[in-house]
Design a binder for this molecule. Structure first.
Ligand SMILES: NC(=O)c1ccc[n+]([C@@H]2O[C@H](COP(=O)([O-])OP(=O)(O)OC[C@H]3O[C@@H](n4cnc5c(N)ncnc54)[C@H](OP(=O)(O)O)[C@@H]3O)[C@@H](O)[C@H]2O)c1
Length: 345
């Protein structure tokens, strides 16, 4: 008889704010392995803002999650049974098969978001803990790395603005920009987050975008204008930055987390003339374009952490049944840094 496991299913598509009641935890029996297959016990799963878009039927850039079926998302686990010569019991593997305690994999090659849910990559970096593969070395971290290390043209002393600075992409991007010698200005949605950005992440300037007018706060914080904007938050934040951009500089858009609970479409910024008048480069980008340099990314992140230059704050929810609460709390801006769910010790 196969072992018993649990999965989280989406049972309705939310209008507006996502709720834990949109999900249900369901029991399932793991089928016996066929030749070539691998059985994985998940240890950690990630919750990420893009998952709110996966809950909607009309996401333009990804497959909507199905109703009443297992969901997908970044996870890391251990092989506990193998009928595939490339995998041994005990191997640590990264996959897109989060939201369940166990899964059977056909063990195809793994590309985050792009490969089937049951594909796998063995992870062995020295100095990395299992949870790092969904945190410090996960998709959000690679997004920050692609933006600040691969795409941004930063000269020492340049002013880099990062929105949603207390989030995962934001906080790591702020630290990477500091590594590159920039002056870093950022914002977040509470005084506690702002204090953390000043004291722990050691940015040059941080402000609370809920209690201060964003344009005025940025103008005061960027007397020499903005050279690179890494946008994570919203069209409003982007609009506030455009008049401050220096000539022929860069706007990199990782995403607009502030819009994911909304059903309305995103239009052009109302002050788009600044893009034309200042000859700005404005670019939205996928983290996947840096996967060919994944090993260098891992080496850099682990080295910067050892040197005390890269810190990821983590909030850990315990147990699969907490995963919907973890996602909804993330979307409500409750936590600093990365939100993770521990599925097994
Ligand atoms: N391009 C890519 O390949 C790629 C890959 C991964 C992620 N991303 C994007 O990168 C951005 C950051 O992702 P992340 O994983 O690091 O998430 P995150 O920043 O950790 O997301 C949580 C934070 O977003 C802010 N937030 C949440 N809801 C909001 C709302 N309604 N309005 C304004 N802010 C809100 C909150 O911070 P405050 O309290 O400070 O508002 C919250 O703490 C997102 O836009 C995401 O879609 C892009």
């Amino acid at each position: 008889m196969g072992i018993q496991t649990r999965q989280v299913h989406l049972i309705r598509r939310p209008e507006g704010t996502a709720q834990p009641g949109d999900f249900r935890v369901v029991g399932a029996t793991v089928p016996a392995l066929a030749d070539g297959q691998v059985l994985v016990e998940n240890l950690w799963m990630s919750v990420d803002p893009y998952m709110r878009r996966s809950m909607s039927p009309d996401a333009t850039d990804l497959e909507p999650w199905p109703l009443y079926k297992p969901l997908d998302g970044p996870s890391v686990g251990r092989v506990i049974e193998s009928r595939n010569s490339a995998f041994t019991v005990g191997d640590l593997v990264e996959s897109m098969s989060g939201w369940q305690e166990h899964f059977v994999s056909n063990a195809g090659p793994f590309v985050p978001y792009l490969s089937p849910n049951d594909s796998l990559a063995i992870r062995t970096a020295a100095g990395a803990q299992p949870k790092d593969y969904v945190g410090l070395l996960g998709v959000a971290a690679l997004t920050a790395y692609r933006g600040i290390v691969h795409l941004a043209n930063i000269n020492p002393g340049d002013t880099v603005v990062v929105s949603s600075g207390a989030g995962t992409v934001g906080s790591l991007a702020c630290q990477m920009a500091k590594v590159r010698g920039a002056r870093v200005v950022t914002s977040a949605g509470s005084d506690t987050k702002v204090e953390w950005l000043r004291n722990v992440i050691k940015v040059d300037h941080a402000f609370n975008y809920r209690s201060q007018e964003i344009g005025a706060a940025l103008k005061a914080a960027c007397p020499r204008g903005i050279d690179v904007l890494l946008e994570n938050a919203s069209p409003e934040h982007l609009c506030a930055c455009l008049p401050l951009m220096n000539l022929q500089k860069q706007v990199l858009i990782a995403g607009f987390v502030g819009t994911y609970n909304l059903s309305s479409k995103i239009g052009l910024p109302e002050n788009f003339e600044y893009v034309l008048d200042r000859f700005l480069t404005i670019q939205s980008y996928p983290f996947m374009d840096s996967l060919d340099r994944y090993d260098q990314f891992v080496a850099d992140m682990l080295q910067w952490r050892r040197e005390g230059r890269m810190h990821l704050e983590e909030t850990v929810y315990e147990g699969l049944e907490q995963a919907p609460h973890a996602l909804c709390a993330l979307l409500n801006g409750k936590h600093i840094g990365k939100t993770l769910v521990r599925l097994a010790a």
